[in-house]
Design a protein around this ligand. Structure first.
Ligand code: PLP
Length: 390
C-alpha cells in the first residue's frame, strides 16, 4: 500500500510542479481583480451600494440562467435568507443531508428549524431520491392544510435542502418531483457547484431558490460572498429588500417595514467576484483537464476516482478518491499529509455532531460508506491558464 500511496502523491506532485506543499484548493487572482478593486476604492463606493454589486448579480443570472440573482455576504447567509423568503419558520423541519458542510445544517438552525438527515447516493454523493421517497413514505403525512407533516414529531416538513457535493450534480429532477408531490419547498445548496449542470440546466435553478458561495476555497472567490438565485419575481424582490435592512426607499427618511438583515455583499467583494467570474470558463476547462489526468492515472493503478454521472457536467471543484475502507483512508491521509500533499476526509457527518445528534435521520448507509472511504485531493487551477479572456 505504502508503494501505491507514494505513486499517488508522486503523480499529484507532477500535476503541480515547483511546489513544496500542494494545497487542496488555492485561489488565483490573475485577471482584472486588482483593476476592479482599485476602481472600487477610487470610487469610494466600497460598501453595499455600488456598480459591481449590480454587475455581479447580472453576471450570476447570466451564468446560471436564473431570472434573478441576489448578492449576499456569504453562502451561509444566502441559505438563511433562502429559507426566510420561502417561509420556513421556527419549529419546522427541513430535510437535508448528513453528508454536507456544516453551513447547511447551521443555517437551518438559525431559522429555529430542525434538520432531518436523509441519505445520499454513492455516485453523486448528493441526496438520494430513493432514500427521500422511502423516508416520506414511512414518516410523512399530508394534512388537510395541504402541507406535509412528520408523523413521528408532528412538525411541518417545510423544506428540503439537498447539496451538490464537491460540485457533482445530484439527482435534482427526481428530488424536485418528490418535493412537488409532497408540497415541500425545494432549496438547492449549490455552494460548491458553480459551473455544474444537469443536462443544460445549471445547478441551483431547479429548486424554488438556489444558493452559491464565493468563499476563499471555492471555484471562484471574492474573499467572502454568496448569492441567491430564483426565477420567482416576488421572492427575488423580497430577498433584495430583506438583505438590505428592509429599508423603504426614500430620498432621506429611514423607514423599515420588516425585520431586515445586513446581508448584502459589499461592493469591494463584488469587484473581486466580477473579475473572478470573467475567468470562470477558463477555470472550469483547467479543472476538467486536471480531473481527466487524475481519471486516467487512477484507472491505471486500479483506484477509484469519483467522476460526473451520465447526463451531468461537474465543475470538479474538489476531486475525490475512494479508498478500500476506513483504515486505508486514514493511512492515506497520514501518508499524503506527511509528504507535502494536502488531502482531507469528507466532513464529519452532521448526525455525529453534538448539536445535531438528537435529530432524526435514516440509515445513512451510503453517507457512512462514503465517509469511511472518501479523500479529497488537490484540485486547484494550474497556471498558465489557457483561453483566459483577459
Ligand atoms: C461553502 C459552503 C457553504 C457556504 O459557505 P460560506 O463560507 O458561508 O460562503 C454552504 N454550503 C456548502 C455545502 C458549502 O460548501
Amino acid at each position: 500500500m505504502e508503494q501505491s500511496f507514494e505513486a499517488v502523491t508522486g503523480f499529484i506532485k507532477e500535476q503541480f510542479p515547483g511546489q513544496d506543499f500542494i494545497p487542496l484548493h488555492a485561489p488565483h487572482f490573475i485577471g482584472n481583480e486588482k483593476k476592479y478593486l482599485l476602481d472600487t476604492i477610487d470610487s469610494t463606493f466600497v460598501s453595499s451600494v455600488g456598480a459591481y454589486v449590480n454587475r455581479f448579480e447580472e453576471m450570476m443570472a447570466e451564468i446560471t440562467g436564473a431570472k434573478h440573482a441576489i448578492a449576499i455576504v456569504n453562502g451561509t447567509n444566502a441559505l438563511h435568507m433562502a429559507m426566510i423568503v420561502c417561509g420556513v419558520a421556527a419549529g419546522d423541519e427541513v430535510l437535508t443531508q448528513a453528508l454536507t458542510f456544516i453551513a447547511t445544517a447551521n443555517a437551518i438552525s438559525y431559522i429555529g428549524a430542525q434538520s432531518v438527515f436523509i441519505d445520499v447516493d454513492r455516485d453523486t454523493m448528493g441526496m438520494s431520491p430513493v432514500a427521500l421517497a422511502a423516508f416520506l413514505e414511512q414518516y410523512a403525512e399530508k394534512r388537510a392544510d395541504g402541507f406535509t407533516y412528520n408523523k413521528t414529531t408532528g412538525k411541518k416538513i417545510a423544506a428540503c435542502i439537498p447539496m451538490h457535493t464537491f460540485g457533482f450534480p445530484l439527482r435534482i429532477g427526481e428530488i424536485a418531483a418528490l418535493c412537488a408531490q409532497w408540497n415541500i419547498v425545494l432549496i438547492e445548496d449549490a455552494a460548491e457547484s458553480l459551473g455544474s449542470y444537469i443536462g443544460d440546466k445549471h445547478t441551483g435553478t431547479t429548486g424554488r431558490v438556489g444558493t452559491f458561495s464565493f468563499n476563499g476555497n471555492k471555484t471562484v472567490t471574492c474573499g467572502g460572498g454568496g448569492a441567491l438565485v430564483t426565477d420567482d419575481d416576488a421572492l427575488a424582490k423580497k430577498a433584495k429588500h430583506l438583505t438590505t435592512q428592509a429599508k423603504v426607499p426614500h430620498r432621506w427618511e429611514f423607514v423599515h417595514d420588516d425585520i431586515g438583515y445586513n446581508y448584502r455583499m459589499p461592493n469591494l467583494n463584488a469587484a473581486l467576484a466580477c473579475a473572478q467570474l470573467e475567468q470562470l470558463p477558463a477555470f472550469l476547462d483547467n479543472k476538467r483537464e486536471l480531473a481527466e489526468n487524475y481519471k486516467t492515472f487512477f484507472a491505471g493503478i486500479g483506484m477509484s476516482f469519483v467522476v460526473e454521472t451520465p447526463g451531468t457536467k461537474a465543475n470538479y471543484w474538489l476531486n475525490a478518491i475512494l479508498l478500500d475502507d476506513l483504515e486505508q483512508r486514514n493511512a492515506f491521509l497520514e501518508y499524503s499529509n506527511g509528504n507535502g500533499v494536502m488531502t482531507r476526509p469528507v466532513w464529519e457527518l452532521m448526525n455525529r455532531l453534538p448539536m445535531f445528534r438528537h435529530y432524526q435521520h435514516d440509515s445513512l448507509e451510503n453517507s457512512i460508506w462514503l465517509a469511511d472511504r472518501l479523500v479529497n485531493i488537490p484540485s486547484s487551477v494550474r497556471l498558465p491558464l489557457k483561453n483566459n479572456k483577459d
